[in-house]
Design a protein. Sequence first.
Length: 326
Amino acid sequence: MSKLKFGAGIWHFATYVDRYATDGYGPPVSLIEAIDKAGQVGDLSVVDLNYPFVDPKLSLDEVEVALKRNNLGVIGITPEIYTRQFSKGAFTNPDPGIRRLANEMCNDAANVVRRFGADYVKLWPGQDGWDYPFQVDHKKLWQMSMDGVGELASQNPDLKFVIEYKPREPRNHMSFDSVARTLLGIEKIGLPNIGILLDFGHSLYGGESPADAAQLAIDHGRLFGMDVNDNLRSWDDDMVAGSVHPIELFEFFYVLRKNRWEGVWQLDQFPFREDSVTAAKLAIDFLKVIDRALDKLDFDAMQAAQDRQDALEAQRLARAALFSSY
């Protein structure tokens, strides 16, 4: 078995709202309380933190104390460049003042990355994109998307920046919407410290094969991180990893193991109605099953089946390894 390291977005342990239950699916959870919940999982080593903190009075020192109390480190800082003030975009906002604000917020997040010794600044520009035909000049919008990321990477050459692409939501169409388009943008920017954080669920509901997307990002040397979850493929449901697409999740990790990709196995789940600690434990239990299955899988036989494009033999090998690993 490989030496696994598990992480989670701290939002996994928060309280959620939607457009129906606007009062939330539970009582408010502070960042310190969320960190304490993450500590209850037992197998987590790192968390990804949103920034700025919801409580503006909360200091970095207080957060560090809570992290140490729970034996947790920080893998990334996610600047909140998708809230109401950025409703018309962050890097693509028509107002240059708002674009500058997004840059400043991301630079502040970069300093927090340094403070906690994290791996990267995670960029999820969820409001960058468009909703209607003719709404934007596509050439200009795409250029602003690349310029915004490129400026940050140039300002902070000592840090990694990861782009988490997604097809849509909150915009009807996001600028960084797929692995291919995101790679095109990264290659056009041309800086070595920009990569992709591949969200398994975003890839699924974008019509991709997550395994294929991972291989493409690896081939370009740009797979800097990943998140796992699950969905019903029509939306970003952020369900417990392995609950709907276990075989595709297995193939995803097969590609990572085959390419000797090493990184944190990170959860990006939204347990709206479920207990967040239990949801994390259930996901991690299945990820351990996948790791055991990878140890059992005959990689040479799988390669031979794939070279023949023998779908049934490849399925037999995958199923035999996965379903005998519980």
